[in-house]
Design a protein around this ligand. Structure first.
Ligand code: ZN
Length: 398
């Protein structure tokens, strides 16, 4: 975990200051497993006695333990190392897609300990009601404190209510997704769209010491094409939480009709469904799994190789607009582009290098997501965890 940003407005009261310091110490222990009290004191500027008091409270809450160290020949007590107890608390992550809902129970470092899938039904309402029942069953069996539920939903959402205003891929309009999903559940719920949460997952679960993801764009190709934008370390939502819909910027003005009503949108040429269409148009049999096209390309299937190359070029064309418009330090891609990165990457860079001046491309890193097809589900878990670690309210310590 990395890039946790603390924001303080105005002077802190005594209890808020205590919470903020506890949160700060806990975050150091999460980021640097095995860190000593002295190292935390040095890093935070808090006194060693203050750190000792905070760590005691975290230990009483079951969140932290002292790691046993090897006996040393040094005189005096050996320094003990602190570790988070990942199984001391849990969160739930939910991903709602056009085809199914996936529910996972995860610990404090994101390890999944339980997983359930619910197939989509005829109406979004019955689908979400069934998901609500499955969620109740899952949380009913949890023995540790449950910190919250993070939910990933495709489409344009009302940020305040979690209502799906429009989801073109599933033809949902004004679906009260969060009201139905959280019905009769007394838990903290957090939600966002799949592209934003995919970006959050990449940032939250980044390996410590890896390159900065404070200014980057996540391009999800799963179930359409959307982007999650993180700039200045934070998700960019826009005036009405609709930022990042690059999938509906136009690549070919006279191109294919898009479900949004426009023509030639990027989504129609570089998403998972676009890859499947191009594979079929190149002579491949109709299939519904974009990763299958990658597997077939690897085995030399000519139609698959052609479709993958075309999708890669179209991905590059759209990324050209993203790079020149937003100046990101990095771009991450998921789904078939992550799984087939060795095949896709050359196509993307051929387009970029032939069309974009060097001064725009200098330093831009484009890389595949480690979460591949599970990026937004990981993001739902990351959302619930990030809300806990970055807003440590009274009561959550108990
Ligand atoms: Zn469109």
């Amino acid at each position: 975990m990395r890039s946790v940003t603390f924001t303080t407005r105005g002077a802190l009261g005594k209890s808020s200051l205590r919470e903020a310091n506890e949160r700060l110490v806990l975050t150091y222990i999460v980021r640097q497993p095995g860190i000593s009290r002295l190292a935390i004191a040095r890093a935070t500027g808090l006194s060693p006695s203050a750190i000792t008091g905070i760590v005691e409270r975290l230990k009483v809450a079951g969140l932290v333990v002292d790691e046993k160290t090897e006996p040393s020949s040094q005189v005096g007590r050996p320094p003990s190392n602190l570790r988070l107890v990942p199984s001391s608390r849990h969160v739930v992550g939910v991903e709602i897609t056009p085809f199914d809902a996936t529910l996972v129970l995860a610990d404090l470092v994101g390890n999944v300990v339980e997983r359930r899938e619910i197939a989509a039904e005829k109406t979004p309402e019955t689908f979400l009601e069934r998901s609500n029942v499955a969620l109740k069953e899952m949380v009913g069996g949890v023995k540790t404190p449950l910190l919250g539920v993070g939910v990933s939903i495709q489409g344009i959402l009302d940020p305040a209510t979690g209502q799906v205003i429009a989801a073109t891929n599933v033809n949902w309009r004004n679906v009260e997704a969060m009201r139905l999903l959280r019905k009769d559940l007394d838990l903290k719920f957090y939600w966002d769209n799949n592209a934003n949460l995919s970006a959050l997952a990449e940032q939250w679960f980044a390996v410590p010491g890896s390159a900065s993801l404070d200014n980057f764009v996540f391009v999800t190709l799963r179930g359409g094409l959307g982007t999650g934008l993180i700039f200045g370390g934070h998700l960019v939502q826009g005036a009405t939480a609709r930022a990042g819909e690059f999938g509906h910027t136009v690549l070919y003005p006279d191109g294919r009709k898009c479900l949004c009503g426009n023509h030639g949108c990027w989504e129609e040429y570089a998403s998972d469904k676009a890859l499947l269409r191009m594979y079929h148009e190149s002579g491949g049999e109709p299939i519904c799994d974009s990763l299958q096209v990658i597997h077939r390309a690897r085995s030399g299937d000519k139609a698959a190789l052609s479709a993958v190359a075309e999708a890669g070029r179209n991905l590059g064309l759209g990324l050209m607009n993203v790079i020149t418009g937003l100046n990101p330090a990095a771009i991450c891609v998921d789904d078939f582009a992550a799984v087939g990165w060795d095949l896709i990457q050359p196509e993307i860079w051929n387009v970029l290098r032939s069309r974009v001046p060097d001064y725009w491309l200098a330093g831009v890193r484009i890389f595949p997501s480690e979460h591949a097809i599970h990026s937004s589900l990981s993001g739902a878990v990351a959302l619930a965890l990030s809300k806990y670690f970055t807003s440590f309210h009274n009561g959550q310590m108990a």
